[in-house]
Structures are given as structure tokens and as C-alpha cells.
Design a protein around this ligand. Sequence first.
Ligand SMILES: Cc1cc2nc3c(=O)[nH]c(=O)nc-3n(C[C@H](O)[C@H](O)[C@H](O)COP(=O)(O)O)c2cc1C
Length: 321
Amino acid sequence: MSNVKELIASMSLPVIAAPMFTVSNPEMALATCAQGMMGTFPAHTTRNVEMLEDWLTTMADGLGRLKAENNGPVGPYGVNLVVHGTNLRLAGDLELCIKHKVPVILTSKGAPGAVFDAVHAYGGLVFHDIASARHAEKALDAGADGLIAVCGGAGGHCGTINPFALVNEVRQMTDKAIILAGAITTGRDVLTAQVMGADLVYMGTRFINTEESGAKDGYRQMIMEANATDIFFTAVMDGAPANLLAPSLIRAGVDLDGLKRQTPGAIVAADEGRKHWKDVWSAGHGVGSINDVLSVAALGDRLKAEYKAAKGDLGRFQAIV
Ligand SMILES: Cc1cc2nc3c(=O)[nH]c(=O)nc-3n(C[C@H](O)[C@H](O)[C@H](O)COP(=O)(O)O)c2cc1C
């Protein structure tokens, strides 16, 4: 894929099912590609390079099958690599992505130009996670093709900045692609993101509640029962600020009132009682509009219908300008 415009034009909806540790897998990614959206997974969910190679082969075979079926646009796929010096697997994982010519590499943490250059060399694209204009500047300097604006309210290790503020700041810096992330759950949200100036969206939490995701039933149930006020922002789990489902923290014996008295970044005892963290779950503020578990195909159909309906609604917005 030589440029982002071509990539978006090849998709039926500008939606990327965001990479989620232990949740995204090839089954979910392929089902997403079958809907003409982008399927992804993090390389670090695999136990080792052999397993990653297996997953990449599954993607190549699956995409070949989907294209042969010729049932409409087949979306591209992406692999998330943690490009920080502390990721000892980076060289091996990157080598496999190069071998398999993974169309899009989604990078997080650090922005090493050498990794971006290696992806560009085989014709791949790089989208890099940013949570501030400073991060965006670094990623642009390193040659990123798109910036994933991870805003306040996102699931996982999220940002804190309001999406309007971050998209506007980044848009002043570049006309490269912006991928908006944070609490996006409906087709209407996708259109809204485009109107705000984004080119694509990252949708994470909504995809946890699909039949293909790797999430446990209890996790999906908790998401269905939760509202935005049930999401707790804290670094207690691994030292990095993240949005977590408060009921899962309470069940693990975490004192939320105690945490509230500290700033999220001040919590350092990340390893304390580590075994409790197994069933502490992450989700974004979008949980309040997630009330079901459905197949990725059904979700794709719904997102497209919602998007179309929202587009049809645009005419009713009145302003004297
Ligand atoms: C359970 C969970 C695991 C995640 N794991 C990763 C990950 O491994 N790598 C990554 O880059 N982002 C990860 N994220 C962040 C998502 O890629 C994405 O930015 C976020 O889910 C978007 O916000 P939303 O969940 O409100 O849609 C994770 C998010 C969740 C909810």
C-alpha cells in the first residue's frame, strides 16, 4: 500500500479495530477485514516469534480466501509493535513483519526512525500512537505516515487530552493522516471523527464485545453493565496510566478511594499483589453505549448502517452562516 489515501479508498468504512493485548487475534482481525475495515493485533500477544509467524501466515491465507470469495472490499491488516528499547522482541518481530510485508505497522512508545524506514522499504505504512502535540512532532520527524491520537476516555494506556483539542493541535502541524482514538463506538461517531478532521478511527472497547474477541464472558458482561463513570483512570496496574473497569478493581481488592487521593502517575507499587491483576480489565469511556455481544460481521453491518443514517441526518443541522 503506497499511501494512506489508497489505503482508505480500499476500505468500506474508515475503521481500525484497535490492537488490544490478549483481546485481538487473527480470528477477530480476519472477520474485521471481511467487513472492509482494518483488522489488527499486537505482536506481543503472541508468546514468541514462532507463534507470531503462525498468526501472520493465518492472516495471509485468510485474506487470500476472502479476496477469492469476492464479496466486496477486503480491508487491510495491521500489527502493533512496541518500538521501545525495552521490547527485547522488537528486532525479531519486525523481521517477521518485513518478511510478511504487513501492510500497516502500528507503533507505540518511542518513535525510532530506523523502524519506520524498514517498514517503508517494503512498502508498508506506519501509524504511531501519540497523546500530545510533542509526541506528534517526534513521530512526524521520524517519518510516520499517520498519527493515532489517543485521547482522554480511550481504553488501555490512554491519553488525557480532549479529542477536539488534540485533533486541532495536530491538524495545525500536518496534513498527514490522523487516526482518532477514544470512546468511539458507533457509526455516527465515525462520521463525527471525520468531520472533526480525522481520517480514520481506532475502535477498541467496542470490539471486546464481539464473539471473535479473546475476552472472557465476565469481561464482556461487565462492559455491558458499565457506564462511563465506572471507568477508573489509574497507573496502579503496571505503572502506566490506563482506563480500567472499576468493578474489576474493586473485586481485586483495590482501594479506589485511596487511589483517588493520589495522582495517577504517583502510583509506583505496580507489582504489589500482581496475581490480583489477572482479572482486572481495561475499557474506555464508550462502555455506556455497548449493550451486547455480537459477531464482527453484525457489528460491521451496524456501523455501516449507523454511518449512513448519520450522513443522511446532516441536512437537518441548521446554522445561519
Ligand atoms: C483491553 C485493551 C488492551 C489494549 N492493548 C493495547 C496494545 O496491546 N497495544 C496498543 O497499542 N494499544 C492497546 N490498547 C489501546 C487500543 O489500541 C486503543 O487505543 C483504544 O482501545 C481506543 O479506545 P476505545 O477502547 O475507547 O475505543 C488496548 C486497549 C484495551 C481496551
